[in-house]
Structure formats: structure tokens, C-alpha cells
Design a protein around this ligand. Structure first.
Ligand SMILES: [Zn+2]
Ligand SMILES: [Zn+2]
Length: 226
């Protein structure tokens, strides 16, 4: 079962339920945990086992700690992004969220509310709550996609968005734009019917072919211009 959680601010938040447990993927901006709690209660879905972050950006991760504290769920994030959830975070260059990094750490604690939480550190290829981790660094060092075999679905976080068609994020929000351009090629070998983005509408049929077509188009275009 996959549901988009209504009322969450920032990026889109999703529920994924499998035999391995109930996971919230990217619960959203600071304060959005209330919308998640309301929805999970209204739908009588039971206990949340995991809060999984596709990456550390505040529009995906800001409310993660509050949600974990309210529910007892555990937090999971790729190992390469874990440091960004700590009070003394590495300083990001050239990202919109870099602003939060320049705040004194005492103040940043309130902005990024997952600071200080001990998380399960994910690595490429491992599974959590029925989802396989696909590491696609670039947008952030620890950006991941999450592949659900049972639902034939892929959660892309910000590896690709679908706001005006399928795209990689713009250079000014990427930790390494060069790597961010390469990251979606990691997804080409996967099979999935549906794609769920951090930003933009989901693709409900033939999503893997849509993503492959995007990658082919983009690979050909730069080659023509040398
Ligand atoms: Zn985002
Ligand atoms: Zn992001």
C-alpha cells in the first residue's frame, strides 16, 4: 500500500506499507508531523515503524525528529547525509538550504528538528521496511531512491522531480551538480510501474520507461553539442 499524505508542507510525504512494516518517507517541513499523525490515525494504519529520509533537506526532513518523538518510530537516512542532521552540520555551499547552515548551531537546532537524533545509517543495496536503498549522490551526498518490489514502485526523493516534466534538480540546489546529473542513471536498471517524486505528480503507469526515455534524451542532447 502506498499513500500520499495530505496536508504536509514542503516536499511530498508518502506512506509505504509492506509485510516488513509501515514507513513514512520524507515527512516534510518543520511542523508537518501533525498532518502525518492526523492522517495515520484517521486511516487507522497503526504504528509507524520507520521514518525514512531520501536526503537531509529541510523540506523533506524538517519534521522527522518530531514525528519520531511523537510515535516512537525510528529514523533512517543514508550514511553520507547523517552528519547534516547533527547540530554541527557540514556547511553546504550553493544550496537554498545553506541559509540554515549559517545560523548558530543553537538556533539551527530549532530549524532542523531532526538534529541530534541517532539514526539507522543506510547503505546502497540494503532493504528497510520492504524498500531497497538506491544511492544516487549529487543533490546531496546521501541522496537515495527507495525501490518497492512488492508495489512495483520507486520513490525518487529529489534525484529527479516531475514539476514540469521529468528533470534533475537545478544546479543551485545541488551539493555536486556534476554528480546530480549522473545520479538518475543508477535508476535505469530498475523495473517499476509507478514513480513517486518529492516534487511534482506521480507517474502511475510505465514509469521506468518514462525515466529511461528522459535519460536517453539527455544523453543524446549534450553529445550533439560536443
Ligand atoms: Zn525537495
Ligand atoms: Zn532536496
Amino acid at each position: 500500500m502506498i499513500r500520499r499524505i495530505p496536508g504536509v508542507r514542503g516536499a511530498q510525504a508518502y506512506l509505504h506499507q509492506s509485510r516488513e512494516g509501515l514507513a513514512v518517507i520524507d515527512p516534510g517541513y518543520t511542523g508537518s508531523f501533525r498532518a502525518v499523525l492526523r492522517y495515520v490515525e484517521a486511516q487507522a494504519l497503526g504504528r509507524i515503524d520507520w521514518v525514512i529520509l531520501t536526503h537531509h533537506h529541510i523540506d523533506h526532513a524538517g519534521t522527522a525528529l518530531a514525528l519520531c518523538q511523537a510515535t516512537g518510530a525510528r529514523l533512517a537516512v543514508h550514511a553520507a547525509d547523517a552528519a547534516y542532521l547533527q547540530p554541527r552540520r557540514p556547511r553546504e555551499r550553493m544550496t537554498l538550504w545553506g541559509l540554515a547552515d549559517r545560523l548558530p548551531s543553537g538556533l539551527a537546532r530549532f530549524v532542523v528538528t531532526c538534529a541530534g537524533r541517532a539514526a539507522r545509517l543506510l547503505e546502497d543495496g540494503e532493504t528497510i521496511a520492504g524498500l531497497t536503498v538506491v544511492h544516487g549522490p549529487g543533490h546531496t551526498p546521501g541522496s537515495i531512491g527507495l525501490h518497492s518490489e512488492s508495489e512495483s514502485a520507486l520513490f525518487l526523493g529529489d534525484i529527479l522531480n516531475n514539476e514540469r516534466g521529468i528533470r534533475t534538480p537545478p544546479w543551485n540546489v545541488n551539493h555536486s551538480h556534476r554528480l546530480a546529473m549522473r545520479a538518475p542513471h543508477r535508476l535505469a536498471a530498475l523495473t517499476y510501474e509507478r514513480a513517486y517524486f518529492g516534487h511534482g505528480p506521480a507517474i502511475m503507469t510505465g514509469a521506468d520507461q518514462c525515466v529511461r526515455a528522459f535519460l536517453t534524451r539527455r544523453t543524446i542532447a549534450p553529445a550533439l553539442t560536443g
